[in-house]
Structure formats: C-alpha cells, structure tokens
Ligand binder design. Structure first.
Ligand code: ADP
Length: 319
C-alpha cells in the first residue's frame, strides 16, 4: 500500500480487513511502498508522517508484527537492485501499454517521470524479491499481477528458474463509494471517511454525505438499495440494517436520522481500532521500531533472492 496518510473505510473494507484475516492461513509480507510514492509525492516533509499514519492504522487494525512481516519498502534496498535487474529483461512495450501509466501521466502532466513508467517493474520486484507465492488482489488488479508473472517467466526463461511465479488470491471486496455518493472513496478526491476518525469528526463528515437523491422530501418514501449511506449500514449495522432500510422505505425515518445512526455505528465498529491507535501513538518511535524489525526479517529472504538473481545473470564473482 502506498503511504497516503490515515486510511479510509474503503481501504479498510477493500484491503486491510482481508489482510488481517489472511494472517491466519499464510506467512504474510505487508509493505508500505514509499519508493512508489516518490513517483508522485515531491515534498520530503510529507512522506514520514504519511508512512507513520499508514503503519499506525495497519497495526491498530491488527496486522500483527509477531505473525507477519510488516515493513517499509525503502528499508530493504535490495528491491531497488531487483528493479534495476528486471528492467533489463522487461520489454518497454509491456510498460507503455499499462493503463495506469497513461492515467498517472495525465493526472500529473508536469511530472511524468521515469519511475512512473517503471512502476510495474518495481511492483514485480516487491513480490518476486520475497518469493511471494500468493498475492491477494481484487478482480480489477489481476492484470497487474499478470504482468509480474510475465516478468518472472521471461527472466526464468532467459536465465534459469530462480523467480517464483506468484498466483492470485482473488478476494471479493466491495467498492466503497465516497461521501459524494457518486465516485469511489479516495483520499485524493476528498470524499473519504477515515477509519481512525473520532466520533465527533465522524458525525461531522457523515452528515455531509449525499444520500437518497430520489427522495426530494422527508415525507417521500426512500430507496435504500441505491443510497450509499444505507449500503454502508449493511456493513456497519449488520444487526439493524433491515430495520433501518424499512424505516427509509416507509419514510418513518429521514436521511438525517440514517446518517446520524451511521456515524454512531462506524464509531462503534472502529472503537477498538482507535483505542489501539492511541496506545501506539503514546509510545513515540514504536512504529518505526516495528518497521525496522520487519525490514530485518524481510532482508533475509531478499538477500537470498538477489544472490540467486545476480548469479543467474552472471554478475560478480562466481557463487
Ligand atoms: P486511495 O485511492 O485512497 O489513495 P489506494 O489506491 O492507496 O487508495 O488503495 C489502497 C488499497 O485500498 C487498495 O488495495 C485498494 O484496492 C483499496 N481501496 C482504495 N479505495 C477503495 C474503495 N473506495 N473501495 C474499496 N477498496 C478501496
């Protein structure tokens, strides 16, 4: 995950929640990708707080550093070497056709850098360096993983089979809509509800949400199936949502009531997360220590992969 500061409920429901569960069945590596962030973030003062906020949310949500390897991408510089080496075997045409390159270039026309083009190669290095066998992805991210698989296959074919070709674990994750009700929740769109927000902040943000646009008057019956607030109640008020939906349909309740109830439900849902976050915040430096320990563990596998890749390519003294 890129460090973009505090996580929103879309990040939680669409990724983090699933990652927490995967720890029960797999040896997991979770990495905050600060090198990737440099393709768009140009203010050095912004990066560390963004990393810290991301790590705090991960740990508060119970990504567990005892069970998983949790680390910062740039703390394992071997990934930069693997990126360079894989860039020698990855055809330029594969990268030029990646849609996210075009999108990012359009978004930041004044900063179309070389790193942006190489982004998928660095992404491949992130996975292949740790010999990842499975990668949790949503359906829409499958093409990215396929590119990693192609990069690995090409390398293995040209040299020898040292890279593990990763398989997807496809997770059926919801696409959480933002407070505007029309676009995907995203930090950059300013339509996010933060998972670590305090109850009063949640009430303020949720109160601004666009609700049932087909219900111009309070006395009109509502359409919970197309209302974003009601959809979120399905997740955050699982025991009450049918009652809430019925209230909307019959106009017994109004959108304001439904939004207030959502703010309370989200605050309750994340109360243990907020509590753990506060505990961690009270221990200055704890997050960075956890990340450093994770990097030390990650480097063990990273060094083995790099040694094998260098040897396969004929670099350095014979192994
Ligand atoms: P953002 O768009 O807020 O910067 P990212 O692109 O950094 O979020 O996404 C980090 C992770 O969270 C990804 O796995 C992504 O699929 C997931 N994610 C982000 N926004 C949403 C959303 N609105 N609904 C579901 N999942 C999301």
């Amino acid at each position: 995950m890129q460090p973009t500061g505090r996580l929103h409920i879309g990040n939680y429901l669409g990724a983090l929640r699933n990652w927490v569960r995967l720890q029960d069945d797999y040896d997991c590596f979770y990495c905050i990708v600060d090198y990737h962030a440099l393709t768009t973030v140009t203010d050095p003062a912004a990066l560390r707080p963004a990393v810290e906020d991301c790590a705090l949310d991960w740990l508060a949500a119970r990504l567990d550093p005892e069970r998983s390897v949790i680390f910062l991408q740039s703390d394992v510089p071997e990934v930069a070497e693997l990126h360079l080496l894989l860039s020698m075997t990855t055809p330029l045409s594969w990268l030029e056709r990646v849609p996210s390159f075009k999108e990012k270039a359009d978004e930041h026309p004044d900063n179309v850098n070389y790193g942006l083009l190489g982004y998928p190669v660095l992404q491949a290095a992130d996975i292949l360096l740790y010999a990842g066998e499975r990668v949790p992805v949503g359906e829409d991210q499958l093409p990215h993983l396929e590119l990693t698989r192609e990069i690995a296959r090409r390398f293995n074919h040209r040299y020898r089979p040292v890279l593990v070709e990763p398989q997807p674990i496809i997770s059926d994750t919801p696409r959480v809509m933002g407070t505007d009700g029309v676009s995907k929740m995203s930090k950059s769109r300013g339509n996010a509800i933060l998972m670590s927000a305090e109850p009063d902040e949640l009430l303020r943000v949720v109160s601004t949400m666009v609700t049932d646009v087909l219900r111009p008057r309070r006395s009109d019956p509502g359409h919970p199936e197309s209302c974003n607030v009601c959809q979120l109640h399905r997740i955050f008020s699982p025991d009450r949502y049918s009652e809430i939906w019925e209230g909307e349909r019959t106009a017994r309740t109004g959108c304001v009531d439904t939004k207030k109830a959502l703010a309370v439900a989200v605050a309750e849902y994340f109360a243990p997360v907020r509590e753990r976050r506060h505990e961690l915040e009270a221990r200055p430096g704890a997050v960075w220590e956890i990340l450093a320990e994770g990097a030390a563990r990650a480097r063990v596998t990273a060094r083995e992969t790099i040694a094998a890749v260098r040897d396969a390519m004929g670099l350095g003294a014979a192994g």
